[in-house]
Design a protein around this ligand. Structure first.
Ligand code: ADP
Length: 209
């Protein structure tokens, strides 16, 4: 199973990605965390990325596309993944789609985390106090929300047209949101198997006993 998460900063993608990965035994690929790791290690990529991240801007497409590919290929081989934070632009989505289709590993489902801006600002202020992330200042947070609306939100339409978009209500208790997601993914899995779609990793799950 190959699942993408789309949603504004603060929507809870990271929290739910970890739970989805554990529940369905999938790889968890989080581009924000990968980039912060590069920054912490002082790599060449990290040095370039840091400047964009601190401003709340997106890191250039080619760098992120390159960084993510190998991990996607490996996780796909090991049974699938949850992608948190990629694709984030139409260019990334197109690149990811062409790449995945050429390898016979297209995305199965995109979960869009829906949430009001007011709720987000409150959550992000809380996270800024707890985690001291350099991109969680009030001004940067506002900018990141604008960047999401302008550059990432168009992906909702994009994946809707591809027929793989599911909307998740991202407001409420964390457990309730997980249950909503698990139910969606289980349903999707059952539907794919009933349709006889060849899914080796799911077929194994369905073996009785
Ligand atoms: P959030 O979802 O709260 O914004 P992330 O940890 O997902 O936090 O991302 C933090 C930062 O990392 C982003 O603001 C951006 O600068 C960079 N980043 C992460 N993923 C991508 C991507 N796919 N394309 C470009 N930049 C990215």
């Amino acid at each position: 199973m190959r699942v993408l998460l789309i949603g504004p900063p603060g929507a809870g993608k990271g929290t739910q990605a970890a739970r989805i990965a554990a529940h369905f035994d999938l790889g968890n690929i989080a581009t924000g965390a990968l980039l912060r790791e590069q920054v912490a290690n002082g790599t060449e990529l990290g040095q370039v990325a840091q400047e964009y991240m601190d401003r709340g801007d997106l890191v250039p497409d080619d760098l992120v596309i390159e960084m993510t590919r190998e991990r996607m290929a490996q996780a796909a081989e090991e049974g699938g993944y949850v992608l948190d934070g990629y694709p984030r632009t139409l260019a990334q989505a197109e690149a990811a789609y062409r790449w995945a289709v050429a390898r016979g590993i297209p995305f199965d489902l995109t979960l869009y985390f829906e949430i009001e801006e007011e709720e987000l600002l409150a959550r992000l202020a809380g996270r800024a106090r707890e985690e001291h992330r350099s991109d969680d200042t009030e001004e940067t947070v506002r900018h990141r929300l604008e960047v999401f609306a302008a550059q990432t939100h168009p992906l909702v339409d994009y994946y809707q047209r591809r027929g793989i978009l599911v909307r998740i209500n991202a407001v409420g208790p964390v457990d309730a949101i997980s249950e909503q997601i698990f139910a969606t993914l289980h349903w999707h899995k059952a539907k794919a198997m009933a349709a006889g779609v060849h899914r080796p990793e799911w077929a194994l799950d369905a073996t009785p006993g």
